[in-house]
Design a protein around this ligand. Structure first.
Ligand SMILES: NC(=O)c1ccc[n+]([C@@H]2O[C@H](COP(=O)([O-])OP(=O)(O)OC[C@H]3O[C@@H](n4cnc5c(N)ncnc54)[C@H](O)[C@@H]3O)[C@@H](O)[C@H]2O)c1
Length: 383
């Protein structure tokens, strides 16, 4: 496969995850990093061995050797930077959520349609865990039967204390939603992808557990978590949710529910789903991703282990190690990047990866949840 050169904008938590995933593909060279913080971008480039470090993302777009640009900036910059990437004639790999509103995401979908030769991808990486692929293949083979219900949760604790602060709590930077857009977006994408169903209506109940938080006066790295002294912070009112319960309906009439929380002590990245079908039920948990539970009524339940020899044929390429050799979060990202770059390199024109259209559809669900919470009513999703 030919060598493809890429750049990553945003070098906080997820930017370096992209760098690592790309390096593991073997045919992608990370040629540049960009961040608004000059000191940080130079440090990260040195630590990660990336040759160029820019303190203005526009310089990446002017760099003729770069074909693919990854947008790992905070949410308020997703629409602006994604647009600029495509307009510069480069392939775009955006972090989720695709934008802050459907107005932004709809505009990006329209622009992407005008650029059919450029890849437009969104990082819903949980799809590409081997057992999520196996679950999808089970559904496609009819092994779940008719889907009755989908339920699950996505819980974290990095906003548990009122001294925890991030740009994700500022609606200007994050959008009108914190927890639902940040992690609920992953749940909604994953269960729709596996089930093949679309969420059509929602009833949302959102809560802001800490209505006032102590914002550190200096820079806050996401997930940094540290104890502060009174002189280190200022108190700020919080308007976005750190907890939500959502009921939903799917386009086959099936019912669903999920809750998201970033204030659940001890839950680090507890992202799990169950799908109840007429033939069996399945359940999977991101923190124990090497097992898929299959539930039966008339015989013993099963555990499918992430072993290539036990997986459906379509899921096998996503498992790179034998059973008993666990794979997890970095491997899901690697699998996603491999699909995207096989398309970029011209190796697989029909490669499977989430597009701007998928990012827009999830944002439509997020907006419907916000509207339902405001109106206290069931709300249709306006795609
Ligand atoms: N797919 C996933 O599993 C996953 C996980 C974490 C984060 N994310 C997404 O990735 C994005 C970034 O999250 P994070 O946790 O890495 O945040 P972060 O705060 O750790 O990092 C953001 C980086 O962007 C930089 N930045 C800010 N303004 C910039 C600008 N104008 N130009 C270039 N860089 C700029 C910041 O200096 C910082 O280094 C978010 O949208 C988030 O939703 C996705």
């Amino acid at each position: 496969m030919r060598t493809v050169k890429a750049a990553v904008i945003g070098t906080g938590f997820i930017g370096p995850v992209h760098v690592e995933a790309l390096r593991r593909l073997g045919f992608v060279e990370v040629a540049a990093l960009a961040d608004i913080d000059r000191e940080k971008v130079e440090q990260k480039a040195a630590a990660l061995g990336v040759p160029k470090a820019y303190d203005d993302y526009r310089r990446v777009l002017d760099d003729p050797e770069i074909e693919v640009v990854h947008n790992c900036s905070p949410n308020h910059l997703h629409a602006e930077i994604n647009r600029a990437i495509l307009e510069a004639g480069k392939h775009c790999v955006s972090e989720k959520p695709l934008g802050r509103t459907t107005e932004e995401t709809r505009g990006l979908v329209a622009l992407a349609k005008e650029k059919p030769d450029l890849v437009n991808a969104v990082c819903f990486n949980y799809r590409y865990y081997p057992l999520c692929q196996h679950a999808k293949a089970m559904r496609e083979a009819g092994e779940l039967g008719e889907i009755y219900a989908i339920h699950g949760r996505y819980l974290q604790d990095w906003l548990f204390l009122d001294t925890d602060y991030s740009w994700r709590l500022d609606p200007e930077l994050s959008g009108a939603s914190c927890a639902v857009a940040d992690i609920g977006s992953h749940f909604c994408d994953l269960v729709q992808y596996i089930s093949g169903l679309a969420i059509t209506e929602v009833l949302g109940d959102l809560a802001t557990i800490h209505k006032v938080r102590k914002r550190p006066r200096g820079n806050v790295e996401a997930f940094a978590g540290k104890l502060l002294k009174p002189e280190d912070y200022e108190e700020v009112p919080i308007t976005v949710e750190d907890y939500a319960n959502v009921l939903f309906g799917l386009d086959n009439g099936a019912r669903g529910m999920f809750n998201v929380s970033q204030v659940s002590a001890g839950r680090k990245n507890y992202h799990c789903f169950e799908i109840d079908g007429s033939k069996c039920a399945i359940a999977w948990n991101q923190e124990e991703p090497n097992e898929l539970w299959v539930g039966h009524r008339e015989r013993a339940n099963e555990i499918v282990a992430r072993d290539p020899s036990l997986l459906k044929e379509a899921a096998r390429p996503y498992a790179h190690y034998p059973g008993g050799h666990p794979e997890g979060y970095p491997d899901g990202s690697k699998n996603l990047m491999l699909n995207i770059y096989r398309k970029v390199a011209g190796e697989d024109p029909s490669a499977d990866y989430p597009t701007f259209e998928d990012g827009h559809r999830v944002m439509a669900v997020v907006e419907a949840i916000l509207e339902s919470h405001r109106s206290r009513q069931w709300t249709k999703v306006a795609y």
